[in-house]
Design a protein. Structure first.
Ligand code: TRP
Length: 453
């Protein structure tokens, strides 16, 4: 029956869950990835497809993950084992948990490399404050970083250590403390950057690029990228939100409401990031299309060098972005760690976290090298880092999400669903259920099939 607590600890309140889940959702995906995906996929049309994916697929699956987690109360693999038994369906559903663990290790591997870039940039601004050289040619500064495997490895390692440290401490001591103040601070900083964008005189043009769809640039690839981005930004498809849901108290917490709160905040941060970055891009005469993964690193420093207190600002911005990445990376590590803890006993949380992170760090070296020494290596037309990102974000997450939707829609019995979503009006409940059963799986399947063939 439904347990009321998990052995890994519990969020101390509903607010803490929302902060932690938002901390997981808001990260590099919103501030680094969303702007450049929008840039590479032609602007408004991509944004619109992405918003559609969030609403029809992302939000409903987010609720499904939280619900499954809160009912199971253990790590994803054991949750599926338990729930499948309870509902009398095949135990092969456990595969979703395994997909999640593998995807998590893959994503963490390159996520930590990119988060390392943000640490490096924060450090560049510290050096500037201490009288170091200005970043006069951001393109060259960025290229120099990518060309240096040792520098990249150092920051990648440092970031991974920070991640392990929090996860090793556990839910209450580690995860909660990290999110309480830092997330609101980042939000504030982003707002200030949007205000700065208004002073450039290019806000109108930026908004047009973001919100006026040019349908001629849409291809099948746009849908795949938008779907992948929707899953990535909401931390869906690899049982992260399920794991966080397992630590969510029952009393007085509405899954529908917390789901909406998380999805809304996450989407607003991405759109705000777009409104902060594109005016700067445009005002410096950079082409907003085809910016690539370097977009924020080659555009924002231009503004930081010219605006008042820009250096302090640059430090705060990249520092807080690193923090946002941190609260996300811990959520990439937590599901696998929780599984190992259940498998081998509570005493080993530290070792479990260290083992998984070590593996992911090693894999991350492939991404590091693909940026320089191995940049010529191509797999399916992509460099190694882009390839790992493609497999994990664009294929594994949607596949995981598709299976989670089917599990929630068809395998779990209705009583469990109704019990978890008890406050939901009947019409909404029925809508949600059919989104899970038919709409979300169909949309994801179409996108996946088109990607593969
Ligand atoms: N959502 C985070 C971001 O936007 C990244 C992330 C954290 C994630 N946990 C995840 C992505 C689980 C996919 C699955 O930066």
């Amino acid at each position: 029956m439904d347990k009321t607590t998990s052995i890994h600890g519990m969020w101390s309140s509903r607010l803490m869950f929302i902060l932690a889940a938002t901390g997981s959702a808001v990260g590099l995906g919103n501030i680094w990835r969303f702007p450049y995906m929008t840039s590479d996929n032609g602007g408004g049309a991509f944004v619109l497809v992405y918003l559609g994916c969030i609403l029809l697929v992302g939000l409903p699956i987010l609720m499904a993950e939280i619900l499954i987690g809160r009912h199971g109360r253990v790590s994803p693999i054991n949750t599926f084992r338990k729930l499948a038994r309870e509902s009398g369906v095949s135990r092969h559903w456990v595969a979703i948990g395994w997909i999640g663990i593998v995807a998590g290790i893959l994503i963490l591997s390159f996520y930590s490399v990119v988060a390392g870039w943000t640490l490096h940039y924060a450090f560049l601004y510290v050096k500037q404050l201490a009288g170091g050289a200005a970043i006069t040619d951001p393109g060259a500064t960025f290229a120099a970083l990518l060309a240096d495997p040792l520098e990249l490895t150092f920051w990648h390692a440092l970031f991974m250590l920070l991640t392990v440290a929090v996860v090793a401490l556990g839910v209450e001591k580690g995860l909660e403390r990290a999110v309480r103040f830092l997330m609101p601070a980042l939000f504030l900083l982003l707002m200030m950057l949007v205000v700065y964008g208004m002073t450039t005189g290019f806000m109108g043009q930026a908004a047009a690029f973001l919100f006026k769809p040019d349908w001629t640039v849409i291809t099948g690839g746009t849908f795949l990228s938008a779907m992948g981005q929707a899953f990535f930004t909401l931390s869906l498809g690899m049982c992260t939100m399920m794991t966080y849901g397992a630590y969510l108290p029952r009393e007085g917490v509405s899954i529908g409401r917390v789901g909406i709160a998380v999805a809304l905040t996450d989407t607003s941060v991405a759109l705000l990031a777009g409104l902060a970055i594109f005016p700067i891009v445009l005002s410096f005469g950079i082409d907003p299309a085809g910016g690539g993964p370097g977009l924020i690193f080659t555009s924002l420093p231009l503004a930081f060098e010219t605006m008042p207190f820009g250096i302090v600002y640059g430090l705060a911005f990249f520092g807080l972005l690193a923090v946002a990445a941190w609260t996300s990376s811990i959520s990439l590590l937590e599901p696998a760690t929780a599984f190992l803890v259940e498998r081998f006993g509570m005493a080993s949380r530290k070792r479990a976290a260290l083992g998984i992170a070590g593996l992911s760090w090693l894999l991350g070296l492939l991404s590091v090298l693909s940026l320089n020494l191995w940049s010529g290596v191509r797999i399916l037309d992509r460099d190694i880092m882009t390839f790992i990102e493609f497999i994990a974000n664009d294929l594994m997450l949607p596949l995981g999400g598709l299976l989670i939707a089917l599990f929630a829609g068809w395998a779990l019995n209705r009583t469990i669903l109704r019990e978890q979503l008890s406050d939901m009006p009947p019409v909404l409940f029925t809508t949600w259920r059919w989104l899970m059963r038919v709409v979300a799986p169909a949309l994801v399947l179409i996108v996946l099939v088109r990607a593969v063939v």
